[in-house]
Design a protein around this ligand. Structure first.
Ligand code: NAP
Length: 274
């Protein structure tokens, strides 16, 4: 295990399972934590990445957990996605799981006033990369997925409640979660499950794009029932449950892994300063 890896619980829950993990950019990526957990449970994986520079960063991580297949995949390009999934099929034949941990919005769309700052182009771009891509990759994955397969995406509470600055990304996450339910309905008869993990904030490249992202983390720590940050182990554990047979009766769900932050209405006691 490289220094950047997580020492996740070992076992054989994913032994003999093959799949695709999309969205490892560096050692802080949520997809990386999930991949470490899946590898520790015996999964065989391909990583997708975007662009040559990223390949240089992702390859050493991938190799440290035995991932040999790296595939370039820009989710905004149909020809690129055709090629990427042809490569997945060539590498594995059939697959058993897919992790979608991809999102993007222009910086201008994730700060200040939502109603003033949201543009047509910004809206379409965030929806394309952060929501439509999940529909697209689910369709492609399902075509080569075994019965009993499982697909997950990553979402955030900003889809359900207003969170300062999350703005356009919240709208895209709402579309992502609704898409999760519709995809789950369509793929259920094929015995493929589809779920979303709603993670609490963590310091990643994506969060760095959101104005005051670090303050979101600090508030989560002080206002969540568990009074702690969302752990990578918790997110990866939930992903393992959903992607393995442990989650065999769960589909179309949005599962919160956020130290309980989402259940809080009034975050401070009535005698405390807000
Ligand atoms: P991250 O490490 O920056 O991962 C985001 C990934 O999306 C990167 O690998 C990025 O690649 C990829 N991506 C963006 N545009 C793409 C495109 N056109 N084609 C292919 N890939 C593209 O950040 P993260 O926080 O782990 O994000 C993973 C997922 O978790 C996202 O869906 C995010 O919204 C969600 N999430 C994050 C948090 C949090 O607090 N961090 C909380 C809840 C949910 P490039 O680097 O090349 O752009």
């Amino acid at each position: 295990m490289a220094d950047e890896g997580y020492d996740m619980p070992k076992g054989d829950l994913m032994a003999g399972r093959k799949g695709v993990v999309m969205g490892v950019a560096n050692k802080d990526s949520i997809a990386w934590g999930i991949a470490c957990q899946l590898a520790a449970q015996g999964a065989e994986m391909a990583f997708t990445y975007q662009g040559e520079a990223l390949e240089r960063r992702v390859r050493p991580l991938a190799e440290s957990i035995g991932v040999k297949t790296l595939i370039e995949a820009d989710v905004t390009s149909d020809p690129a996605m055709d090629k990427a999934f042809a490569e997945v099929e060539a590498a594995f034949g059939k697959i058993d799981f897919l992790v979608h941990a991809i999102a993007y919005a222009d910086k201008s769309q994730i700060s200040g006033s939502f109603v003033e700052n949201t543009t047509r182009e910004g809206f379409m771009l965030a929806m394309n990369i952060s929501a439509y891509s999940f529909v697209d990759v689910s369709r492609r994955a399902a075509r080569i997925m075994n019965e009993g397969g499982s697909i997950i995406c990553l979402t955030y509470l900003g889809s359900e409640r207003t969170i300062p600055n999350y703005n356009m990304m919240g709208v895209a996450k709402a579309a992502l979660e609704a898409s999760t339910r519709y995809i789950a309905r369509d793929l259920g008869p094929h015995k493929i499950r589809v779920n979303a993990v709603s993670a609490g904030p963590r310091r990643t490249l994506s969060l760095a794009g959101i104005q005051d992202g670090r303050k979101m983390i600090a508030r989560g720590r002080s206002w969540s029932p568990l009074r702690e940050d969302t752990s990578m182990e918790g997110i990866a554990g939930c992903a393992l449950w959903l992607l393995s047979d442990l989650g065999r009766s769960t589909t179309g769900e949005v599962i919160h892994v956020d130290a309980g932050f989402h259940i809080v209405g009034l975050p401070v006691g009535l005698d405390e300063e807000g």
